[in-house]
Design a protein around this ligand. Structure first.
Ligand code: NAD
Ligand code: MN
Length: 359
């Protein structure tokens, strides 16, 4: 059997309520899967910063690098005003561990009146460059202050993110073929860009991504390639989300598209993500620390439980991931034990227990 060592970083607020649910689901996986887990608790977040002056202690980074196969990150609060010495631990972790992809699946289990067709798509966002290299400057010009920012796109980063998108599309098709998912859905990667205006930066992303996706192994797996200009992509995504499978985008467009797409399925409490590098994956619910509901045991744990499954997928444990996805979907489909954000009355721990029972 395989033992995976998982770093637990609950962070702030409801992170401390949902990460324990994530741990429970790993511990409750059937033994027949041949998986064991060991856990190490690691500090990070704004409370940690207030206590010890650093939001991301060196010990946390070192332990993740040296001891862990994967990690679960809850959420962190940000100071409401710029605070000297504070920088976001999640941004730091992405850099230090070279987690170059942010992967965000958006899936509907119960169709809504607005979107009767099932939504099941994944946004694969490049996580290291584009405008987020944060190389900005401000200077005085003849018409007053001018601010500029560098938008950096490289062949290496564009190629590896598109390759990951191709691998995800391949895997999703294999899962549909073997478990009989949505038969109408076909493997498709949509490259999102604005190269009609930004011919060099987005032009490089577009051509590099296309070249990476034209690899024989993706063609053989039946992965189709499509391109969309980002603004019309937003329109189409909100008109007909069921038409999409895997969407790959540079950092900024991916950030905006993925928060927007989360709105398609109702609650922030449902949407997972993973930060992925070579040989490491960190699951992270998309929501924040939710101070308005903290400490009441009413946070929806599903975003975290799906993030646990996503982490396992990237660690090569597809069967274990599938178990968790199915248990979550069954809870949502039955609709009896739902948290308040879903219109129910169940506590965090009750939703978790219901999902554990279904494993
Ligand atoms: P938020 O995601 O924390 O909350 C937005 C709204 O959604 C709130 O009403 C909250 O109660 C609700 N919500 C969020 N998660 C939920 C869940 N699991 N179950 C039920 N309801 C849920 O965003 P915010 O209020 O804008 O930010 C709060 C703090 O979190 C801020 O300090 C912000 O900087 C931080 N934040 C952190 C992350 C992160 O760690 N990745 C992401 C977003 C915001
Ligand atoms: Mn964002």
């Amino acid at each position: 059997s395989r033992t995976l060592r998982i770093g637990l970083l609950p962070g702030d607020g409801i992170g401390r309520e949902v990460i324990p649910a994530g741990r429970k689901v790993l511990e409750a996986l059937p033994k027949s899967l041949g998986l064991d887990f060991s856990f190490v608790h690691l500090d990070a977040g704004f409370d940690e910063f207030k206590k010890n002056g650093v939001a991301l202690p060196e010990k946390t980074v070192e332990t993740l690098k040296k001891e862990c196969d994967g990690a679960l990150f809850g959420a962190v609060s940000s100071p409401s005003t710029p605070t000297k010495g504070y920088s976001s631990p999640i941004v730091g972790l992405r850099k230090r561990l070279d987690l170059y992809a942010n992967v965000r699946p958006v899936k509907s289990v119960v169709p809504t009146a607005a979107f009767p067709d099932p939504i099941d798509l994944v946004i694969v966002r490049e996580n290291t460059e584009d405008l987020y290299v944060k190389e900005e400057k401000t200077y005085d010009g003849p018409d007053g202050k001018v601010a500029e920012a560098i938008k950096r796109i490289s062949e290496r980063a564009s190629s590896r993110i598109a390759t990951m998108a191709g691998e995800i599309a391949t895997r999703r098709q294999r899962v549909r073929d073997t478990t009989g998912g949505d038969a109408a859905k076909k493997a498709l990667v949509t490259i999102t860009h604005k190269s009609n205006v930004l011919s060099q930066t987005d032009g490089l992303f577009r051509t590099t991504a296309r070249a990476a996706l034209e690899q024989a192994r993706f063609k053989d797996a039946g992965v189709k390639i499509e391109e969309q200009i980002v603004d019309s992509m937003v329109y189409k995504l909100f008109r007909q989300p069921s038409a999409y499978d895997v969407i790959v985008a540079p950092n900024l467009y991916g950030d905006i598209l993925s928060d927007g797409a989360a709105a398609l399925v109702g609650s922030l409490g449902l949407v997972p993500s993973a930060n992925v590098g070579d040989g490491f994956a960190m699951g992270e619910p998309c929501h924040g620390s939710a101070p308005d509901i903290e400490g009441q045991n009413i946070a929806n744990p599903i975003a975290t439980l799906r993030s646990v499954a996503l982490m396992l997928e990237f660690l090569g444990e597809e069967a274990a991931a599938a178990k968790i996805y199915q248990a979550v979907d069954a809870n949502l489909a039955e609709g009896k034990l739902l948290s308040p954000d879903m219109g129910g009355k169940a506590k965090t721990t009750e939703v978790t227990e219901d999902i554990l029972r279904r494993l």
